[in-house]
Ligand binder design. Structure first.
Ligand code: ZN
Length: 137
């Protein structure tokens, strides 16, 4: 297989068109949404395996302790990812593969619903810019 080095100018639209060419077997929306769900589970599984099988990352989860008088600007300083360590190259590669697989089905879902992913990203960027730090998603 020929590796394509990502041209930073490649748009989501180009990617979405590539998926359209490739996604022949799973054209039904039912196939796409269930494959997307499976792909999401595989991403989570790969993260869990990085913790439990490899050990390159650890999860130490505790209740988020946030002082009552903290401002929204300071909130990030008190929120933890609960993640310690960093992915080894092997685990990073597996997680990238799984994220890529999920991205494929997200693009496929957008295709069958006639949604442009560039529009989605633009809308999301605008939403984040508007809400800024007050975005408590
Ligand atoms: Zn690892």
């Amino acid at each position: 297989m020929k590796n394509i080095s990502l041209n930073k100018e490649m748009s989501l639209e180009e990617y979405q068109n590539k998926v359209k060419e490739q996604l022949l077997r799973h054209r039904s929306i039912l196939d796409i949404i269930t494959k997307n769900q499976e792909a999401a589970a595989r991403v989570n599984r790969a993260v869990a395996k990085a913790v439990t099988s490899c050990g390159c990352i650890e999860i130490h989860a505790l209740k988020q302790e946030i002082p009552e008088d903290v401002s929204l600007e300071e909130l990030a300083d008190y929120m933890s990812s609960h993640l310690y360590g960093s992915l080894c190259p092997h685990c990073a590669s597996i997680i990238k593969d799984e994220l890529g697989n999920q991205l494929f089905y997200i693009a496929g879902l957008a295709n069958v619903l006639d949604i442009n992913l560039n529009d989605v990203m633009e809308q999301e960027i605008n939403r984040m810019s508007t809400l800024g730090k007050y975005n408590l998603r």
